[in-house]
Each structure stands twice: as structure tokens, then as C-alpha cells.
Design a protein around this ligand. Structure first.
Ligand SMILES: Cc1ncc(C[n+]2csc(CCOP(=O)(O)OP(=O)(O)O)c2C)c(N)n1
Length: 616
């Protein structure tokens, strides 16, 4: 029996001899690597946090104490050691173990995560609840250096001094976000890691672990140490300046050192930040060498399968072409250069490429400022992360009419990342923003058309939404050079009888399947309309098709509430033609993880289902 097989709960981890920990960590790494290479997931971050998690589980009792991971993509070892080893092979599959901490999954998970930089705020909230309710557990947050450099995390750090209670922030510093972390504070972290004073402080704190103070308060002893140090060198420390205590940096791959420090930290009664240095991808050499590539992996990329052109790659290619012919074109990303495929743009146009770090709010207003100043900014952002920057989209961009092109990636159901990462709210939200244009291409031809004509045809923000996955080169184009439909116009792809199916973007292939299936079943083939522009809708064409059919089915990969089906039903009501409108889309629920196909089935977005509506 392997060491790992002998562990069924955190109590077993606590019972192990310290000398067994390196072997345990190795076994955990092997299980994580094998599972992620098969199922996909976040490999490098999880491999880097193994010793940290083992040490935390040996010092704290997370059946009572609270642990909040930031993003949660580094928590696989925690899942394995908190009674989920047996189900770990189902990672990221339908009904399987989630890729992120989830309260519904385990009593050891204390806060659901997926989006970054929430852990410090949630931990402060938990700590305050504990104090006011007269409870006595510990509260710990684990945050990466990339996530720490975000505005939300900064707001929490700023608040920590006011909350002024026992809470432990562990900064898991591997010098990386997905790519290298960026910005001034990143430099500061690097300086802290090597500054002699802090290395000396680390030795002093470790010394205190051996002689845990008797009689005197820990704060008092450490306060004296620090004032001695300050008279020697007085380096500036961002965290100390905010009123937080800072200890570190410590070796994040030495479980015994970590245990000692955590035991000491338990005695500390105030907000404390422990700076721990780890290596992203630790123990798996391909990931150590190329942590960005192994940040999030999917089995197909690892098998080296030649991927068809993804929507992201197609969009990035158009951006490059635009930048070539127009020096005003610039591209922005919030720490998602890999996912949005902007590496080649960054290389070719380094002065016109901006990775702002995980800072979506800043990015959108930064882009609005650039537009106001005469540039043509392209903001590459996942739909789910635009949720962070809705106010900046409304208040700083649309309300002022700034022309910013939003390349809205992963708009729709995203598959294995699950609930936290779906891009299904953008249509409903964008519909409500005055002055904003929202469009969705069905193929690469229309994507290119929308991007390259954006600045001639559009004033104010233009959001072009496209899903995860590969982008069809052409759908329903008579000739390879037939022009796209005009700006602002919907397009009838096929004429049919009795009923019309309306869709956009990723639901167009589905509606074409409906025609095939209808022909097979001797059901009248529907008219198929690609709406293309979702705001404003092409009401002229819509009026025309609604008047000519008895039934209209709208299929959308977005939330039904506030979606395009509602807009069409509202228009049909206004026209009073008697056409019946049926809507398919994402229901009022958080769609579980699984393959995109399983998720579409869950939402009823299948050709079979559309066909059933004909007899409704
Ligand atoms: C708001 C938000 N933006 C972007 C992301 C995508 N994302 C996931 S992990 C990650 C990098 C996090 O870096 P860090 O906190 O240093 O953790 P590491 O992966 O280095 O362990 C990013 C950008 C996200 N999850 N949430």
C-alpha cells in the first residue's frame, strides 16, 4: 500500500512522521500529474503548492478552521488529502470533482472560488464573523503573487488594519501569474525576497519557533525584533506600511520549516502576512521549464494534436493585421495573453501591447482613456472576467461614447472549468447598456469583418462575442469571396416554411443541424436567421420574418433571462402578428462542469429539442 493510500483524512496527515512527508508529497504530485494529463486542468500551480498544503493540514484543523484559496486552481493536493482521493480521477468531469474549491463538494471547502483575488476579503469576513459570534477558529487565506497584485486584493489589504483581528494571509510567491507577473509591486516582492533584513527577520522568527515565548506576548517579542532590525536598515515594506505584520520569505517546499512558522503564526493575534517562495510546476520538469504552458492544460494540446484554428487565435490574427495597417491600434489583456493567443501580437508590437496583470477594471478604463486620447484599443477579455469590469464598461466607456473594441472570448458555456467561468451573462448585461453595440460572428469571415470595420462603422464600445473552441472558416457563404452582410444587419441563411429559427454565433451550426434533421423526419424545413447584431437588433429584418411564420424559435448560448429570445418575444408582442416565440438558452441556474456538449444538453440546446418545438 502506498503512503497516500493509507491517508483517508487530514487526521492521517497529522499522524505521519515528518520524515515521511517528502515521500507523501511525491506521491501526491504523481497523482495530480497523471490525473491532469488525462482530464486537463491546472497543473503547474497545483504542483507548486503541495508542501504548503501538507503543512497547513498538519498545523490547522480545517474541519473547524477556515481555509480560503485564491482562484482555487492550486488546491488539488488539498482535495486529495481532504477525503476526496477516491474521486479525484473524476476531476473536472460531469458530476465529478470540481477543479476549484466548492462548498457543496466538501465540508473542508469554505468558500467557492474561480475568479482571482477574492480570498483576502472573504477571509476578513470570516474572521469578523468569528469575532462577533464569539467563536474561536483560525482563518487562513492562500493567495498567489499574481492575484495579490489585483485591485480587490489591495482593497482587502488596506482594510486589514481596520478589521484588526487574527487572520493569516499566506502569499504563495512563484514570481508568476500565468505569464510572468507584471508591475511595480511585483518588483517590490522580488526585492523583499532577497533583502538581507528580511532574510535576517526570517531567521529570528524561526528562532522564536524554537523558543516559543513564555510570559511575554508574541507580538511584543516580534515587535522588539523588528525595531532592532529597523534601526539597522529600515527597508520599506509595503505590507508593514499598510499596518500588516510581514514575516518571510520562507521556503515553500520545506514542510518542516512551514510547519514551524504556521505554529508560531497561530499565536499571533493580528493580521499577519507570511511570504512563502515556491516554484511553479515543482517536481514535473516540463512544467518547471515552461510553467505558462502547463498553467492550464487540456489533453488535446498535450497530445500535440494539431488544433483547428480557435476563435481566440482567429481574433488575435485579425488584431495583428489591423495593427499592421493602423498605428493607432493597441491590444490589452489582463494576464490572459496565453488564453487569448496574443503572444505573437506582443512580440511584433511590444509598444502597442499591454498586459496589465489581473486588473480587469483598470484595463477597461485604461482602454477608455486610450480611446479618448485618440488610440484604437482592442480589449481581449473572457466574458466571465468582464463581469469584474461592468461599471468601467458602463460609466467609463459607453456613457462617454468611447470607441473601444471588446474581443469577448469564451462567451457561452465553457466546459470543464464549470460554474465560475461560463460566459453567459454578457448578452443580458450588454443589452441594458445604452450606446453599446453587441455582435456575434458565426464564422471567421464575419469575425474579420466585424473587427476590421469596427472603427469606421461604430461609435462607442463594440463588443464582439465568440465562444471557446474552434472557429469555422466559413458557414453558408456561396463563394469564397462573397461579401459579409452589411454592418448592423441580420442575415437569412436559408428560407423555409412555417417556422423560423433564429440564432447567433455558436447556435448557428445547431440550427443548420435542425434543418437536416427536419428533412430526415419530413418536418418542414425552417427558415434560419443569423442575427449577427444583438444590440441594436435588426428590427426591419425581424419584422419581416416574424410576420411570415407561425412559429419562431430563438436559440442562444447565453442566459434566457434578459437574452435575445426575450427581445424577439417583446418585438413579436409589439407587432401582434400572432407568431408564437419559443426560447432555448441557459436557464436560471449555474450550469455544472462537464464537456460543452453535456452542458448544451443540460440547457436543452440540441437539434432534437429544437425540433420538438415544431409540434408544440
Ligand atoms: C478575475 C480573474 N481574472 C483572470 C483569471 C485567470 N487566471 C487564473 S489563475 C491566474 C494567474 C494567477 O496567478 P497567481 O495568483 O500568481 O497563481 P499561480 O498560478 O502563479 O500559482 C489567472 C490570470 C481569474 N481566475 N480571475
Amino acid at each position: 500500500m502506498s503512503l497516500l493510500e493509507s491517508i483517508s483524512s487530514p487526521a492521517d496527515v497529522r499522524r505521519l512522521r515528518a520524515s515521511a512527508l517528502p515521500d507523501l508529497c511525491e506521491e501526491i504530485r504523481a497523482l495530480i500529474t497523471e490525473t491532469v494529463l488525462r482530464n486537463g486542468g491546472h497543473l503547474a500551480s497545483s504542483l507548486g503548492a503541495v508542501e504548503l498544503i501538507v503543512a497547513l493540514l498538519r498545523v490547522f484543523d480545517f474541519s473547524k478552521d477556515k481555509l480560503i484559496f485564491d482562484v482555487g486552481h492550486q488546491a488539488y493536493a488539498y482535495k486529495i488529502l481532504t477525503c476526496r482521493r477516491g474521486r479525484f480521477s473524476t476531476l473536472r468531469t460531469w458530476n465529478g470533482i470540481s477543479g476549484y474549491p466548492k462548498r457543496a463538494e466538501s465540508p473542508f471547502d469554505h468558500f467557492d472560488v474561480g475568479h482571482s483575488s477574492t480570498s483576502l476579503s472573504a477571509a476578513l469576513g470570516y474572521a469578523k464573523a468569528r469575532d462577533l459570534l464569539g467563536q474561536d477558529h483560525y482563518v487562513v487565506a492562500v493567495i498567489g503573487d499574481g492575484s495579490l497584485l489585483n485591485g480587490m486584493a489591495m482593497e482587502a489589504l488596506n482594510c486589514a488594519r481596520e478589521v484588526n483581528t487574527r487572520v493569516l494571509f499566506i502569499l504563495n510567491d512563484n514570481e508568476m501569474s500565468i505569464n510572468r507577473r507584471v508591475g511595480g509591486l511585483a518588483e517590490h516582492l522580488a526585492r523583499l525576497s532577497v533583502h538581507p533584513t528580511y532574510l535576517k527577520l526570517k531567521e529570528m522568527v524561526k528562532e522564536q519557533c524554537r523558543l516559543l515565548p513564555k510570559g511575554e506576548s508574541l507580538e511584543g517579542v516580534l515587535g522588539k525584533i523588528k525595531s532592532q532590525l529597523k534601526t539597522i536598515l529600515q527597508p520599506s515594506n509595503f505590507f508593514e506600511n499598510l499596518g500588516l505584520s510581514y514575516w518571510g520569505p520562507f521556503d515553500g517546499h520545506d514542510p518542516e520549516e512551514l510547519e514551524d512558522i504556521f505554529r508560531l503564526a497561530k499565536l499571533y493575534e493580528k493580521p499577519l502576512l507570511l511570504h512563502v517562495i515556491t516554484k511553479k510546476g515543482k517536481g514535473y520538469s516540463p512544467a518547471e521549464k515552461d510553467p505558462a504552458r502547463f498553467h492550464g492544460v487540456s489533453p488535446s494540446t498535450l497530445e500535440g494534436k494539431k488544433e483547428e484554428v480557435s476563435w481566440s487565435a482567429a481574433a488575435a490574427e485579425v488584431a495583428e493585421a489591423m495593427a499592421e495597417s493602423d498605428p493607432r491600434v493597441v491590444c490589452l489583456t489582463a494576464a490572459m495573453m496565453e488564453g487569448t493567443k496574443l503572444a505573437s501580437f506582443a512580440k511584433r508590437f511590444p509598444d502597442r501591447f499591454f498586459d496589465v496583470g489581473i486588473a480587469e477594471e483598470h484595463m477597461v478604463t485604461f482602454a477608455a482613456g486610450m480611446a479618448a486620447g485618440g488610440l484604437r484599443p482592442l480589449v481581449f477579455i473572457y466574458s466571465t472576467f468582464l463581469q469584474r469590469a461592468m461599471d468601467q464598461l458602463v460609466h467609463d466607456t459607453a456613457m462617454q461614447g468611447h470607441s473601444v473594441l471588446f474581443a469577448l472570448d469564451r462567451a457561452g458555456l465553457v466546459g470543464e472549468d464549470g460554474e465560475t467561468h461560463h460566459g453567459v451573462l454578457d448578452v443580458a448585461w450588454c443589452r441594458a447598456v445604452p450606446g453599446l453595440t453587441l455582435a456575434a460572428p458565426r464564422d471567421r469571415r464575419d469575425l474579420e469583418f466585424l473587427f476590421s470595420h469596427a472603427y469606421q462603422n461604430n461609435k462607442g464600445p463594440l463588443v464582439v462575442r465568440y465562444p471557446r473552441g474552434c472557429a469555422p472558416a466559413e458557414i453558408c457563404r456561396a463563394f469564397s469571396d462573397s461579401p459579409c452582410a452589411p454592418w448592423g444587419k441580420a442575415e437569412i441563411l436559408f428560407e423555409g416554411t412555417e417556422w423560423v429559427c433564429l440564432g447567433f454565433g455558436s447556435t448557428i451550426p445547431l440550427l443548420l443541424d435542425v434543418r437536416v434533421l427536419a428533412a430526415e423526419r419530413n418536418i418542414p424545413m425552417p427558415t434560419v436567421v443569423d442575427l449577427r447584431f444583438l444590440k441594436p437588433l435588426d428590427e426591419v429584418l425581424l419584422q419581416h420574418v416574424l410576420a411570415r411564420h407561425r412559429l419562431a424559435v430563438v436559440a442562444e448560448e447565453g442566459s434566457l433571462a434578459g437574452g435575445i429570445g426575450e427581445a424577439v418575444a417583446e418585438l413579436a408582442g409589439r407587432l401582434a402578428t400572432g407568431v408564437k416565440v419559443r426560447r432555448l438558452g441557459v436557464p436560471d441556474a449555474y450550469v455544472p462542469q462537464g464537456t460543452p456538449r453535456e452542458q448544451r444538453e443540460y440547457c436543452g440546446l440540441t437539434a432534437e429539442n429544437v425540433l420538438k418545438l415544431f409540434h408544440d
